[in-house]
Each structure stands twice: as structure tokens, then as C-alpha cells.
Design a protein around this ligand. Structure first.
Ligand code: OXT
Ligand code: ADP
Ligand code: MG
Length: 598
């Protein structure tokens, strides 16, 4: 697991399983209570940070957790705390904890929990809830809601704890459910009455469980490994696709060895960029639309054949019609046995954890492994060279006003000079251009909108990356995307985090030059545009951070360099030509449009 290196308060004394905690013991009659048992259970399992927002019934829990040495990062909206918890889970392989109040706070956190589950990130949403007997009779309690029932279909598992002596089991079950097998979101429902319940401190201490081997290795069957290797060995045009599951697995050296020993070109999905440096000679990223339809055997490692891979069929894969098979054979390495065949036939599923699977595959690759045919490698190389040259031409231009390319050319250089920085990225054009222009050099450093293409992850992911990853964060944000979590710049300033937010501001969703289709010059603005030249940087200044309004690449470069040197919270409002973007960025085709305007 990656260690948390960010500046944080001195760790509290470790819990000794043999003796009750001193704060519990200090209470009259050697009693402990629900508050302390929950904190002790989390600490016993290595949780050191909670992302949340206080209020009834968990206000005291946040105070007591902080007093007990946990880092409590308090947000302005639970959704952002939830996103922070989920990406902390992705970065560390430990479940990120999000703590909320009941009903509305719970619902605010639930979007992030569902998003974590969709993205296979381990996270536990812990929400206080109202009195069971009143909720169940629907008698109108304060923030009444049957939260467990609502959470269940949206996460991997959901549990409720009614008695203090069951807190240990509840936390253990939540941790196991979040990190074992395919990781995901877990809901833990804690009714208000649980927290002040008291019990004997020694019995309470003994009721806690330190989870042993929370994410057990899952070793693939030897026959599955042989089947996959045979298929791969016979390929004329092999391709490896690395997904965010491969990044999550932290099997970086073995994955690199697999690529390099086989000499097979690979394509990183967005959050797998940097697992091998994007500049690696075997990266086929710059030839994506060439390799997908041309490959004959494709090995997916921790990547699903969902919409981001056009479901493994259709024109992207060389099929004649949108649903036609392109003729590829697939090997899929994944921890979920039911993932195979979800979209197209998987000829060789390899089920297990990626670390174990890749090491088993590597064991079957020796010096006699055939290098992929030169014809295939040359064709990719030729396509790459052409695309890279085209990109270099575009990046070299210096239009006024700036466009996405000229601004991102600067970000590209800054990331190259600071390869250990996290890059958080959301928007449509702001996302798509960043993904293809900004090279990544280290694993798990690119954090983006993921499987749902969700807007709003920006500040939550940035805060978590700074807190648990301990490195500089650069957040490249569309102006619309930023708006979903913008108020958290106060949180960034409050905790004095090294986050540099760059807003690529084109005055709107996709672009800022739209007009009202009704044609009323003095009517409402188009639904896609915002206040022109909005001064987002002043939001950061309002809380004591550094704000900058920039209109040229030179200004952008200078302010980014200053931000990284100073590690001060910084927001750079980079003005982009308002007509520079396209509708929905690279996924215009998913946008249903009426033939007739308006
Ligand atoms: O091979 P070809 O020739 O095709 O070229 C490809 C690569 O080979 C090449 N390439 C390179 N060339 C040279 N050198 C290098 N190094 C190199 N690397 C690559 O470049 C091209 C492109 O490569 P890519 O990107 O890999 O390929 P492609 O074909 O695009 O890949 C397909 C996909 C599907 C994998 C990829 O496109 C992808 O990952 N897409 C993700 C898309 C996505 O998730 N978008 C976000 C959602 S959009 C929309 O939903 C938005 N909303 C609605 C909304 C949402 N989402 N959420 C919520 C809660 N509410 C509402 C909103 C409101 S976006 C949005 C806000 C937008 O406004 P903003 O102001 O925020 O943003 P702006 O648009 O900037 O204004
Ligand atoms: P991407 O969007 O990058 O293509 P996906 O989220 O679609 O990636 O796929 C990630 C896949 O990785 C999921 O199918 C998940 O089951 C799998 N996965 C996650 N962690 C592991 C692991 N440790 N070992 C094996 N598979 C994993
Ligand atoms: Mg925009």
C-alpha cells in the first residue's frame, strides 16, 4: 500500500489489542461508548483519515476522532467529501471513509458512493441516521429516511449497526466488502442512538476486529494462464489494454515487465496513463484509432469493454456496422469472474487479482517468446509518428486568444518537470485535450472523471490526493466542471494544501459562444453559457489563496511555476477562446440531437 506522506498531526498512540484504550478507560466505571468504539475500530484497521461534514448526529464523532489522532478533513458539501474518500481508496488500496449526517447529507454522499462502486474504488460511506422506530413507522423524525434501503442498490454492500457491541463486526464487514474481490462502495448506517450507548470498556475492546488479509490474493487457474499465453503467442497483431484496475492493483513493475518482455504495444485507458511512462516506445496511445480495429488478439488488464472501449465491437473495432464484431480475440485479466462475455466473447478469461495474474503470465514468458511481427510494429510506429508530428505542429502555434492546445502545451511541460504531481482533470474539451496532450510519467497520478464521465470530482479528488498522496496537485478544470465543487477552494485554503487549480475558461459548457435559439437578443442566455470572463480566481483570493487571471501561455507558465514552487493554494483563471471547444468534446456522437432546430 502507498503510504500517506502528507503533513498531518502526530499519529496517536497505537491501539494495543490487549488493553482498553486509555480514553475509554478514563471514563467512569471503565466504560466505553459507541463513539469511541467506532473510532477505535477504524484505527485498529489502519484508517488514519476521515473525509466528512459534521452535524446531527455525528458532530461529536468528528471532534472525538480528531482528538483521538485521526485526520478529519471537513468539507463544504458531502459529495466532495465522498469523492475525496473514493479517490483516497484508489490511491491507497484502503477504503476511503466519508462521514455524513442523515437524510440530505447521506444523499449528498451517496452520489460519490455510487460513483466509487461504478469505478471499482474502495470506499465506506458512514452516515448517522434517525431513530429506527420513528423512521419505520414514518412518524416524521428529524431528517427521516430509510437510508439503508436507499443505499443498497447503489453500492456493493450495506450494513446497519444497532448495538455498540456490534460496531467491531460492522466495521470489519464494511472493510472486507469494500476492498476484497472487485473493490467498491459500502454503506454503513449508524443510528443516532448507537453513539452514546455504553458498555464495559474491556468487553468493548474485545469486540473489535482487526481484519486479517482484507483483500486476499486470488490466484488464477494454471489452465486459464496457459490458454491466455497460447492465444497471445500466436497473435500476429497483439495489443495490451491497461485499465484503471491495473493501476489500482499496484503491480507496476510486473506489468511493465510483461509489456517489455513480450514487446507487445499497449494502450493505456485514461487513469492508467503513467502506469508505464506515456513516452514509452511501446505506447500505442497516439495510434489508438489504428490499433483497435487492426489488432487480432487483445489482452485487457483491469479494463472493461464498456462504452469507453465501444463495447468491444462496431466501427471502432473494425466491425462493418455499429454492433458488428471486428474479429478480434480477447484475453481478459480481471478479478470479477462475471465480467467476461459482458459485451463480446472473451476467448481467454484470466480471473484473479492482477498482481497474481500478471506474475503467473510472466512466469510463462521466456526468452523464446516471439517478438510481435515487424510489419505490425512498423505500421503502429508510422501512425504514431504522423499523429505526434501533427500534435507537435498544433502545440507550437500561439494563437490569441489562447486555445486548449496552447494552454495545455504549458501544462504538459509543467507535468514533465514535476512527474510526481497528481493531475486531476474534468470537463469535456478540457478533459479530452488534456488526456491526449499531457503525458504522465508515474502510476496512479492521473485522476479523472472515470467510468461515468462525472463532473464534480475536481476539488474532492484534489484535496484527497494532496492529503493522502502528499504531493503537489494540478487540477485542470473546465469552467463548468469547476463549478460543481468550486466552494471547496475554501477547504483547500483552510488545510493549506498544495493544489494548483487551472480553469480552462471558455465561458461555458463545451463553448461559450452559444446564443439563445429563440433568437431573442434580450432574452435569457443559452443554457450552455456562463457570465463572460468570470473572475474565478477571486474565489481563491477570498480565502487567502493566490489567484491569477491569465491570457497568454507565458503568463500561465509563470503562475503555474510560482504555484508549484510556493506550494500555496492557487487558482489560475486561464482564458481560452470561447469558440474553441466542440459539443461534448470527443464524445459528440453520444449526444442525441434533433434534426430540426430549435
Ligand atoms: O487515433 P486518433 O487519430 O483517433 O487520435 C487519437 C489518439 O491517437 C491521439 N493521441 C495522440 N496524438 C499525439 N500524441 C499523443 N501523445 C497522443 N495521445 C493520443 O489523440 C486522439 C484522441 O485520443 P483519445 O482521447 O485516447 O481517443 P478517443 O477516440 O477520444 O478515445 C475514446 C474515449 C471514449 C476513450 C475518450 O474519448 C474518453 O475517454 N472520453 C471520456 C469522455 C468523458 O468522460 N467526458 C466527460 C463527460 S462529457 C458531458 O457528460 C459533460 N457534462 C454533462 C454532465 C456530467 N458529465 N456530469 C454531471 C454530474 N452533470 C452533467 C457537462 C456539464 S461535460 C460537462 C461540462 C463541460 O464544460 P466544461 O467547461 O467543464 O468543459 P469544456 O468542454 O472545456 O468547456
Ligand atoms: P478503465 O475505465 O480504465 O477501462 P474499468 O474501470 O472499466 O477501467 O475496469 C477496471 C477493472 O479492473 C474492473 O473490471 C475491475 O473488476 C478490475 N479490477 C480492479 N481491481 C482489480 C485487481 N486488484 N485485480 C484484478 N482486477 C481488478
Ligand atoms: Mg467550458
Amino acid at each position: 500500500m502507498e503510504s500517506a506522506t502528507a503533513a498531518r498531526p502526530a499519529p496517536a498512540t497505537p491501539v494495543d489489542p490487549a488493553t482498553p484504550r486509555t480514553d475509554a478507560a478514563a471514563q467512569p466505571q471503565q466504560e466505553t461508548d459507541g463513539f469511541h468504539l467506532l473510532i477505535d475500530a477504524l484505527k485498529l484497521n489502519g484508517v488514519d483519515t476521515i473525509f466528512g461534514l459534521p452535524g446531527i448526529p455525528i458532530t461529536d464523532l468528528t471532534r472525538k476522532a480528531q482528538a483521538a489522532g485521526l485526520r478529519v478533513i471537513s468539507f463544504r458539501h458531502e459529495q466532495n467529501a465522498g469523492y475525496a474518500a473514493s479517490i483516497a481508496g484508489f490511491i491507497t488500496q484502503k477504503p476511503g471513509i466519508c462521514l455524513t449526517v442523515s437524510a440530505p447529507g447521506f444523499l449528498n454522499g451517496l452520489t460519490a458512493l455510487a460513483n466509487a462502486t461504478t469505478n471499482c474504488f474502495p470506499m465506506i460511506l458512514v452516515s448517522g441516521s434517525s431513530e429506527r422506530e420513528i423512521v419505520d413507522l414514518q412518524q416524521g423524525d428529524y431528517e427521516e429516511m430509510d437510508q439503508l434501503a436507499i443505499a443498497k442498490p447503489l453500492c456493493k454492500a450495506a450494513f446497519r449497526v444497532l448495538h455498540a457491541e456490534d460496531i467491531g463486526v460492522g466495521v470489519a464487514r464494511a472493510i472486507r466488502a469494500a476492498v476484497s474481490g472487485r473493490p467498491g462502495g459500502v454503506y454503513l448506517d449508524l443510528p443516532a442512538k448507537l453513539f452514546p450507548q455504553t458498555m464495559d470498556a474491556v468487553a468493548g475492546r474485545n469486540s473489535l476486529i482487526e481484519v486479517v488479509d482484507p483483500a486476499p490474493k486470488q490466484i488464477p487457474g494454471p489452465d486459464a494462464v496457459t490458454r491466455a499465453l497460447d492465444l497471445l503467442k500466436g497473435a500476429k497483431r497483439p495489443l495490451i489494454i491497461l485499465g484503471k484496475g491495473a493501476a489500482y492493483a499496484q503491480a507496476d513493475a510486473d506489468i511493465r515487465a510483461l509489456v517489455e518482455k513480450t514487446g507487445i504495444p499497449y494502450l493505456p485507458m485514461a487513469m492508467a496513463k503513467g502506469l508505464l511512462p506515456d513516452t514509452h516506445e511501446l505506447s500505442a496511445a497516439a495510434a489508438r484509432s489504428f490499433v483497435l480495429p487492426e489488432a487480432d488478439v487483445v489482452m485487457l488488464i483491469g479494463a472493461r469493454l464498456n462504452w469507453l472501449l465501444s463495447h468491444g465491437k462496431g466501427k471502432t473495432w473494425g466491425g462493418d456496422t455499429p454492433k458488428a464484431w471486428g474479429g478480434q480475440k480477447f484475453i481478459q485479466v480481471d478479478i470479477s469472474p462475471t465480467e467476461a462475455d459482458s459485451n463480446v466473447r472473451i476467448d481467454a478469461p484470466v480471473v484473479g487479482d492482477i498482481g497474481s495474474c500478471v506474475s503467473a503470465l510472466l512466469a510463462g514468458i521466456d526468452a523464446s517468446w516471439p517478438t510481435p511481427p515487424a510489419e505490425w510494429m512498423d505500421a503502429i510506429s508510422e501512425r504514431k509518428t504522423r499523429n505526434v508530428a501533427k500534435m507537435a505542429d498544433t502545440l507550437a502555434k500561439n494563437p490569441s486568444p489562447m486555445n486548449f492546445h496552447s494552454a495545455l502545451n504549458v501544462v504538459r511541460d509543467i507535468v514533465k518537470a514535476n512527474p510526481d504531481a497528481y493531475l486531476v482533470n474534468e470537463g469535456a474539451n478540457a478533459l479530452d485535450f488534456t488526456r491526449s496532450i499531457v503525458d504522465m510519467y508515474e502510476p496512479r497520478k492521473r485522476l479523472d472523471v472515470g467510468t461515468w464521465g462525472v463532473m464534480g470530482i475536481g476539488m474532492g479528488y484534489s484535496i484527497a490526493a494532496a492529503v493522502v498522496g502528499g504531493q503537489q496537485v494540478i487540477a485542470v478544470e473546465g469552467d463548468s466542471a469547476f463549478g460543481f465543487s468550486g466552494m471547496e477552494v475554501e477547504t483547500i485554503c483552510r488545510y493549506d494544501l498544495p493544489v494548483c487549480v487551472v480553469i480552462l475558461n471558455n465561458n461555458g459548457v463545451y463553448r461559450g459562444d452559444e446564443t439563445n435559439w429563440a433568437g431573442h437578443v434580450d432574452g435569457d442566455p443559452s443554457p450552455l453559457v456562463f457570465v463572460k470572463n468570470a473572475r474565478y480566481e477571486k474565489l481563491m483570493e477570498a480565502f487567502g489563496g493566490v489567484g491569477a487571471y491569465v491570457t497568454t501561455p507565458a503568463e500561465l507558465r509563470k503562475t503555474m511555476e510560482d504555484a508549484i514552487r510556493s506550494r500555496k493554494p492557487t487558482l489560475i483563471n486561464a482564458m481560452i477562446a470561447e469558440g474553441a471547444g466542440t459539443e461534448s468534446g470527443r464524445i459528440t456522437s453520444l449526444n442525441p440531437t434533433a434534426k430540426k432546430k430549435p
